[in-house]
Design a protein around this ligand. Structure first.
Ligand SMILES: [Zn+2]
Length: 395
Protein backbone atom coordinates (compact mmCIF):
# COMPACT_ATOMS: atom_id res chain seq x y z
CA UNK A 1 0.00 0.00 0.00
CA UNK A 2 1.40 3.35 -1.09
CA UNK A 3 0.68 6.10 1.44
CA UNK A 4 2.23 9.40 0.43
CA UNK A 5 2.74 12.81 2.07
CA UNK A 6 2.82 11.35 5.60
CA UNK A 7 -0.97 10.95 5.69
CA UNK A 8 -2.86 8.86 8.26
CA UNK A 9 -4.03 5.62 6.58
CA UNK A 10 -7.49 5.59 8.10
CA UNK A 11 -9.71 8.28 6.59
CA UNK A 12 -12.12 9.97 9.02
CA UNK A 13 -14.55 12.80 8.23
CA UNK A 14 -15.44 15.47 10.78
CA UNK A 15 -18.90 15.03 12.30
CA UNK A 16 -19.58 18.77 12.20
CA UNK A 17 -18.08 19.95 8.88
CA UNK A 18 -16.97 18.11 5.72
CA UNK A 19 -13.20 18.04 6.11
CA UNK A 20 -11.30 14.80 6.67
CA UNK A 21 -8.30 13.99 8.82
CA UNK A 22 -6.17 14.04 5.64
CA UNK A 23 -6.03 17.86 5.68
CA UNK A 24 -2.43 18.93 6.27
CA UNK A 25 -1.16 21.60 8.55
CA UNK A 26 -1.85 20.95 12.20
CA UNK A 27 1.01 21.52 14.55
CA UNK A 28 0.30 19.37 17.61
CA UNK A 29 3.23 20.85 19.49
CA UNK A 30 1.26 24.06 19.85
CA UNK A 31 -0.78 22.47 22.61
CA UNK A 32 2.25 23.16 24.69
CA UNK A 33 2.96 26.86 24.31
CA UNK A 34 6.56 26.53 25.35
CA UNK A 35 7.37 24.52 22.25
CA UNK A 36 6.60 27.12 19.58
CA UNK A 37 10.02 26.44 18.09
CA UNK A 38 8.56 23.34 16.45
CA UNK A 39 5.82 25.33 14.84
CA UNK A 40 6.78 24.57 11.25
CA UNK A 41 6.54 20.80 11.70
CA UNK A 42 4.25 19.28 9.10
CA UNK A 43 1.38 17.14 10.17
CA UNK A 44 -2.37 16.76 9.58
CA UNK A 45 -5.38 18.37 11.21
CA UNK A 46 -6.12 17.27 14.77
CA UNK A 47 -9.32 15.31 15.53
CA UNK A 48 -10.90 14.84 18.94
CA UNK A 49 -14.12 12.81 19.45
CA UNK A 50 -14.65 12.87 15.67
CA UNK A 51 -14.53 16.68 15.48
CA UNK A 52 -11.79 18.56 13.67
CA UNK A 53 -9.62 21.26 15.24
CA UNK A 54 -11.16 23.99 13.05
CA UNK A 55 -14.69 23.19 14.22
CA UNK A 56 -13.57 23.15 17.83
CA UNK A 57 -11.86 26.50 17.31
CA UNK A 58 -15.08 27.93 15.87
CA UNK A 59 -17.07 26.91 18.95
CA UNK A 60 -14.51 28.78 21.00
CA UNK A 61 -14.66 31.77 18.63
CA UNK A 62 -18.46 32.03 18.77
CA UNK A 63 -19.13 30.99 22.37
CA UNK A 64 -16.12 31.85 24.50
CA UNK A 65 -14.06 34.77 23.18
CA UNK A 66 -14.92 38.21 24.56
CA UNK A 67 -14.62 40.28 21.38
CA UNK A 68 -15.03 43.63 23.12
CA UNK A 69 -11.98 43.02 25.22
CA UNK A 70 -10.10 41.80 22.14
CA UNK A 71 -10.85 45.11 20.43
CA UNK A 72 -9.50 46.99 23.43
CA UNK A 73 -6.30 45.01 23.06
CA UNK A 74 -6.20 46.00 19.41
CA UNK A 75 -6.55 49.70 20.23
CA UNK A 76 -3.68 49.45 22.68
CA UNK A 77 -1.47 47.80 20.10
CA UNK A 78 -2.35 50.37 17.42
CA UNK A 79 -1.73 53.28 19.78
CA UNK A 80 1.71 51.91 20.49
CA UNK A 81 2.59 52.00 16.77
CA UNK A 82 0.52 54.96 15.54
CA UNK A 83 2.65 57.54 13.71
CA UNK A 84 2.39 61.17 14.70
CA UNK A 85 3.67 62.67 11.46
CA UNK A 86 1.55 60.83 8.89
CA UNK A 87 4.28 58.35 7.97
CA UNK A 88 3.33 54.72 7.40
CA UNK A 89 2.75 52.87 10.66
CA UNK A 90 1.50 49.45 9.54
CA UNK A 91 2.14 47.16 6.59
CA UNK A 92 -0.83 45.20 5.25
CA UNK A 93 0.17 42.46 2.82
CA UNK A 94 -2.57 41.35 0.46
CA UNK A 95 -3.96 41.02 -3.02
CA UNK A 96 -6.98 43.28 -2.71
CA UNK A 97 -9.21 40.27 -2.24
CA UNK A 98 -12.02 40.57 0.29
CA UNK A 99 -9.87 39.81 3.35
CA UNK A 100 -6.93 42.15 2.79
CA UNK A 101 -9.29 44.90 1.58
CA UNK A 102 -11.23 44.57 4.83
CA UNK A 103 -8.11 44.63 7.03
CA UNK A 104 -6.44 47.63 5.41
CA UNK A 105 -9.67 49.60 5.14
CA UNK A 106 -10.69 49.24 8.80
CA UNK A 107 -7.14 49.98 9.96
CA UNK A 108 -7.22 53.23 8.03
CA UNK A 109 -10.84 54.34 8.40
CA UNK A 110 -12.05 52.86 11.68
CA UNK A 111 -8.79 52.96 13.63
CA UNK A 112 -7.02 55.95 12.04
CA UNK A 113 -3.81 54.16 11.07
CA UNK A 114 -1.71 54.94 8.00
CA UNK A 115 -1.22 51.61 6.27
CA UNK A 116 1.13 50.77 3.43
CA UNK A 117 -0.33 47.87 1.47
CA UNK A 118 2.04 45.39 -0.15
CA UNK A 119 1.13 42.86 -2.80
CA UNK A 120 3.09 39.76 -3.74
CA UNK A 121 1.95 39.44 -7.33
CA UNK A 122 -0.06 36.39 -8.41
CA UNK A 123 1.52 34.14 -11.05
CA UNK A 124 -0.89 35.42 -13.71
CA UNK A 125 -3.55 38.01 -12.91
CA UNK A 126 -7.11 37.22 -13.94
CA UNK A 127 -9.16 40.10 -15.29
CA UNK A 128 -11.37 40.18 -12.18
CA UNK A 129 -8.33 39.93 -9.89
CA UNK A 130 -6.65 42.91 -11.54
CA UNK A 131 -9.88 44.97 -11.39
CA UNK A 132 -10.27 44.24 -7.68
CA UNK A 133 -6.63 45.11 -7.06
CA UNK A 134 -7.11 48.51 -8.74
CA UNK A 135 -10.37 49.14 -6.82
CA UNK A 136 -8.60 48.36 -3.56
CA UNK A 137 -5.88 50.94 -4.28
CA UNK A 138 -8.55 53.43 -5.33
CA UNK A 139 -10.36 52.94 -2.05
CA UNK A 140 -7.56 54.94 -0.47
CA UNK A 141 -4.30 53.01 -0.12
CA UNK A 142 -0.70 53.35 -1.19
CA UNK A 143 0.61 50.04 -2.51
CA UNK A 144 3.84 48.33 -3.44
CA UNK A 145 3.31 45.62 -6.03
CA UNK A 146 6.26 43.24 -5.79
CA UNK A 147 6.65 40.97 -8.80
CA UNK A 148 9.37 38.33 -8.70
CA UNK A 149 11.45 37.52 -11.81
CA UNK A 150 8.88 35.63 -13.83
CA UNK A 151 11.37 33.22 -15.42
CA UNK A 152 12.60 32.17 -11.96
CA UNK A 153 9.10 32.00 -10.47
CA UNK A 154 7.93 29.76 -13.34
CA UNK A 155 10.87 27.40 -12.90
CA UNK A 156 10.33 27.17 -9.14
CA UNK A 157 6.62 26.53 -9.65
CA UNK A 158 7.39 23.79 -12.13
CA UNK A 159 9.88 22.11 -9.76
CA UNK A 160 7.39 22.27 -6.87
CA UNK A 161 4.66 20.80 -9.05
CA UNK A 162 6.89 17.93 -10.18
CA UNK A 163 8.49 17.13 -6.82
CA UNK A 164 5.72 17.88 -4.32
CA UNK A 165 2.57 18.32 -6.41
CA UNK A 166 2.49 21.75 -4.78
CA UNK A 167 2.61 24.38 -7.53
CA UNK A 168 1.80 27.17 -5.06
CA UNK A 169 4.70 26.53 -2.70
CA UNK A 170 7.07 29.20 -4.16
CA UNK A 171 4.24 31.74 -4.14
CA UNK A 172 3.39 30.92 -0.52
CA UNK A 173 7.02 31.19 0.57
CA UNK A 174 7.46 34.62 -1.04
CA UNK A 175 4.12 35.81 0.31
CA UNK A 176 5.02 34.81 3.85
CA UNK A 177 8.13 37.00 3.83
CA UNK A 178 6.93 40.00 1.83
CA UNK A 179 5.15 41.85 4.67
CA UNK A 180 7.96 41.65 7.23
CA UNK A 181 10.53 42.27 4.44
CA UNK A 182 8.99 45.59 3.38
CA UNK A 183 8.35 46.57 7.02
CA UNK A 184 12.01 45.97 7.79
CA UNK A 185 13.21 47.92 4.74
CA UNK A 186 10.98 50.91 5.56
CA UNK A 187 11.46 50.94 9.33
CA UNK A 188 7.79 50.10 10.07
CA UNK A 189 7.34 47.93 13.16
CA UNK A 190 3.85 46.54 12.67
CA UNK A 191 2.52 44.10 10.05
CA UNK A 192 -1.10 42.95 9.91
CA UNK A 193 -2.19 39.77 8.18
CA UNK A 194 -5.84 38.69 8.16
CA UNK A 195 -6.55 35.12 9.12
CA UNK A 196 -4.53 33.09 11.60
CA UNK A 197 -4.09 29.36 11.20
CA UNK A 198 -6.56 28.42 13.91
CA UNK A 199 -9.43 29.45 11.59
CA UNK A 200 -8.64 26.55 9.25
CA UNK A 201 -7.58 24.19 12.02
CA UNK A 202 -3.90 24.29 11.10
CA UNK A 203 -2.85 25.40 14.51
CA UNK A 204 -3.99 24.30 17.92
CA UNK A 205 -2.97 27.56 19.52
CA UNK A 206 -6.43 29.12 19.32
CA UNK A 207 -5.23 32.39 20.75
CA UNK A 208 -2.61 32.80 18.08
CA UNK A 209 -2.16 36.56 17.97
CA UNK A 210 1.19 36.90 16.27
CA UNK A 211 3.12 35.02 13.64
CA UNK A 212 5.97 33.13 15.32
CA UNK A 213 9.26 34.81 14.42
CA UNK A 214 10.76 31.61 13.10
CA UNK A 215 8.10 31.67 10.34
CA UNK A 216 9.84 34.56 8.65
CA UNK A 217 13.36 34.66 10.04
CA UNK A 218 16.16 32.18 9.52
CA UNK A 219 19.18 31.26 7.48
CA UNK A 220 19.30 30.82 3.73
CA UNK A 221 20.62 27.29 4.29
CA UNK A 222 17.17 26.35 5.62
CA UNK A 223 15.45 27.40 2.40
CA UNK A 224 13.75 24.54 0.54
CA UNK A 225 11.66 25.06 -2.56
CA UNK A 226 10.13 22.06 -4.25
CA UNK A 227 12.11 19.99 -1.75
CA UNK A 228 15.45 21.38 -3.01
CA UNK A 229 18.03 23.50 -1.21
CA UNK A 230 19.92 26.42 -2.75
CA UNK A 231 22.71 24.22 -4.08
CA UNK A 232 20.29 21.74 -5.65
CA UNK A 233 18.28 24.56 -7.20
CA UNK A 234 21.45 25.81 -8.91
CA UNK A 235 21.45 22.52 -10.88
CA UNK A 236 18.18 23.77 -12.38
CA UNK A 237 19.73 27.05 -13.49
CA UNK A 238 18.52 29.06 -10.49
CA UNK A 239 21.33 30.98 -8.81
CA UNK A 240 21.37 32.11 -5.21
CA UNK A 241 20.91 35.73 -6.29
CA UNK A 242 17.69 34.72 -8.09
CA UNK A 243 16.26 33.71 -4.72
CA UNK A 244 16.46 36.97 -2.76
CA UNK A 245 12.68 37.34 -2.38
CA UNK A 246 12.26 33.72 -1.22
CA UNK A 247 14.90 33.73 1.51
CA UNK A 248 14.00 33.97 5.19
CA UNK A 249 14.84 37.33 6.76
CA UNK A 250 17.90 38.10 8.82
CA UNK A 251 18.66 40.82 11.37
CA UNK A 252 15.06 41.72 12.12
CA UNK A 253 14.53 44.31 14.86
CA UNK A 254 12.98 42.83 17.98
CA UNK A 255 10.44 45.70 17.80
CA UNK A 256 8.92 44.33 14.58
CA UNK A 257 5.59 42.57 15.32
CA UNK A 258 3.47 40.53 12.90
CA UNK A 259 -0.18 40.21 14.00
CA UNK A 260 -3.38 38.56 12.77
CA UNK A 261 -6.64 40.55 12.57
CA UNK A 262 -8.68 37.38 13.15
CA UNK A 263 -7.41 37.37 16.73
CA UNK A 264 -8.73 40.88 17.42
CA UNK A 265 -12.02 40.91 15.49
CA UNK A 266 -14.45 38.07 14.92
CA UNK A 267 -13.40 36.77 11.52
CA UNK A 268 -16.28 35.86 9.21
CA UNK A 269 -15.18 35.58 5.55
CA UNK A 270 -18.67 36.34 4.21
CA UNK A 271 -18.85 39.52 6.31
CA UNK A 272 -15.44 40.57 4.99
CA UNK A 273 -16.86 40.11 1.51
CA UNK A 274 -19.86 42.36 2.21
CA UNK A 275 -17.56 44.94 3.77
CA UNK A 276 -15.19 44.90 0.76
CA UNK A 277 -18.09 45.24 -1.69
CA UNK A 278 -19.47 48.20 0.18
CA UNK A 279 -16.24 50.02 0.95
CA UNK A 280 -13.51 48.91 -1.46
CA UNK A 281 -15.28 48.44 -4.80
CA UNK A 282 -14.78 44.67 -4.56
CA UNK A 283 -16.66 42.60 -7.11
CA UNK A 284 -17.21 38.87 -7.15
CA UNK A 285 -16.85 36.84 -10.32
CA UNK A 286 -19.71 36.54 -12.76
CA UNK A 287 -19.01 32.81 -12.94
CA UNK A 288 -18.36 30.36 -10.10
CA UNK A 289 -14.78 29.18 -9.58
CA UNK A 290 -14.11 25.70 -10.95
CA UNK A 291 -14.10 22.98 -8.30
CA UNK A 292 -16.51 24.85 -6.06
CA UNK A 293 -19.77 26.80 -5.89
CA UNK A 294 -18.28 30.06 -4.63
CA UNK A 295 -17.76 33.24 -6.67
CA UNK A 296 -15.88 35.51 -4.30
CA UNK A 297 -12.78 33.80 -2.87
CA UNK A 298 -9.30 33.40 -4.40
CA UNK A 299 -10.12 35.07 -7.71
CA UNK A 300 -6.94 36.82 -8.68
CA UNK A 301 -4.68 34.10 -10.06
CA UNK A 302 -5.28 32.03 -13.19
CA UNK A 303 -3.62 29.03 -11.60
CA UNK A 304 -5.52 29.07 -8.28
CA UNK A 305 -7.67 26.20 -9.53
CA UNK A 306 -4.58 23.98 -9.71
CA UNK A 307 -3.73 24.63 -6.09
CA UNK A 308 -7.06 23.11 -5.06
CA UNK A 309 -6.98 20.41 -7.72
CA UNK A 310 -3.62 19.19 -6.40
CA UNK A 311 -4.90 19.11 -2.81
CA UNK A 312 -7.81 17.02 -4.10
CA UNK A 313 -5.37 14.55 -5.66
CA UNK A 314 -3.08 14.41 -2.62
CA UNK A 315 -5.58 14.50 0.23
CA UNK A 316 -8.98 13.91 -1.39
CA UNK A 317 -9.83 17.47 -0.28
CA UNK A 318 -10.76 19.94 -3.01
CA UNK A 319 -11.91 23.51 -3.20
CA UNK A 320 -15.59 22.87 -2.45
CA UNK A 321 -14.63 21.00 0.73
CA UNK A 322 -12.59 23.97 1.99
CA UNK A 323 -15.38 26.43 1.12
CA UNK A 324 -18.23 24.34 2.53
CA UNK A 325 -16.32 23.51 5.72
CA UNK A 326 -15.71 27.21 6.37
CA UNK A 327 -19.34 28.13 5.67
CA UNK A 328 -20.65 25.38 7.95
CA UNK A 329 -18.36 26.53 10.77
CA UNK A 330 -19.55 30.11 10.31
CA UNK A 331 -23.20 28.97 10.32
CA UNK A 332 -24.07 29.99 6.74
CA UNK A 333 -25.01 26.48 5.58
CA UNK A 334 -25.87 23.18 7.27
CA UNK A 335 -23.66 20.12 7.15
CA UNK A 336 -26.20 18.42 4.90
CA UNK A 337 -26.01 21.28 2.39
CA UNK A 338 -22.22 21.16 2.62
CA UNK A 339 -22.14 17.44 1.84
CA UNK A 340 -24.23 17.90 -1.29
CA UNK A 341 -22.08 20.83 -2.48
CA UNK A 342 -18.95 18.73 -2.01
CA UNK A 343 -20.53 15.85 -3.97
CA UNK A 344 -21.48 18.18 -6.76
CA UNK A 345 -18.33 20.28 -7.19
CA UNK A 346 -15.28 18.85 -5.40
CA UNK A 347 -12.48 17.73 -7.71
CA UNK A 348 -13.96 19.31 -10.83
CA UNK A 349 -11.06 19.73 -13.23
CA UNK A 350 -9.96 23.39 -13.67
CA UNK A 351 -10.04 23.36 -17.45
CA UNK A 352 -10.48 27.13 -17.94
CA UNK A 353 -6.76 27.81 -17.52
CA UNK A 354 -5.37 24.31 -18.12
CA UNK A 355 -3.42 25.24 -21.25
CA UNK A 356 -2.14 28.38 -19.58
CA UNK A 357 -0.95 26.33 -16.61
CA UNK A 358 0.82 23.72 -18.77
CA UNK A 359 2.66 26.49 -20.65
CA UNK A 360 3.47 28.24 -17.39
CA UNK A 361 5.15 25.21 -15.82
CA UNK A 362 6.51 23.93 -19.16
CA UNK A 363 4.95 20.48 -18.86
CA UNK A 364 3.01 18.64 -21.57
CA UNK A 365 -0.33 16.96 -21.07
CA UNK A 366 1.08 13.43 -20.76
CA UNK A 367 3.67 14.49 -18.22
CA UNK A 368 0.97 16.34 -16.30
CA UNK A 369 -1.20 13.22 -16.07
CA UNK A 370 1.75 11.06 -15.11
CA UNK A 371 2.76 13.43 -12.28
CA UNK A 372 -0.84 13.62 -11.06
CA UNK A 373 -1.29 9.85 -11.02
CA UNK A 374 1.95 9.05 -9.24
CA UNK A 375 0.89 11.49 -6.50
CA UNK A 376 -2.24 9.52 -5.55
CA UNK A 377 -2.09 7.48 -2.36
CA UNK A 378 -3.57 3.96 -2.36
CA UNK A 379 -5.62 4.62 0.77
CA UNK A 380 -7.40 7.52 -0.96
CA UNK A 381 -7.75 6.40 -4.59
CA UNK A 382 -9.06 3.37 -6.43
CA UNK A 383 -9.02 2.73 -10.16
CA UNK A 384 -12.38 1.30 -11.22
CA UNK A 385 -12.89 0.44 -14.91
CA UNK A 386 -10.04 2.77 -15.83
CA UNK A 387 -11.48 5.70 -13.83
CA UNK A 388 -9.98 7.11 -10.63
CA UNK A 389 -12.42 7.17 -7.72
CA UNK A 390 -12.15 8.30 -4.13
CA UNK A 391 -12.29 5.33 -1.76
CA UNK A 392 -13.89 7.42 0.99
CA UNK A 393 -16.46 10.13 0.41
CA UNK A 394 -18.07 12.44 2.89
CA UNK A 395 -21.66 11.53 3.71
ZN1 LIG B 1 -14.88 20.03 11.32
Amino acid sequence: MKTLWGLPEKVIFCKKCVVSNQRPGTVPEFKNKSSKENSTKKSTIGFEDGICAACRYHEYKYDVVDWDSREKELLKLLDKHRSKDGSYDVVVPGSGGKDSAYVSHILKNKYGMNPLTVTWAPHSYTEIGWKNFISWIESGHDNFLITPDRSVHKKLTSISFKNLLHPFQPFIIGQKYIGPRIAKDYGINLVFYGENQAEGGSNLDWDQKTMPRNFFTGNSEELRIGGLNIKELSDHGISESDLNLYKPLKNISSDLEVHFMSYYRKWIPQENYYYAVENCGFKDNSIRSEGTYSTYASLDDKIDGFHYYTTYIKYGIGRATYDAASEIRNKHITREEGVSLVKKFDGEFPKRYYEHFLNYINVDENQFKEIIDKSRSDHIWDKVDGEWQLKHKVS
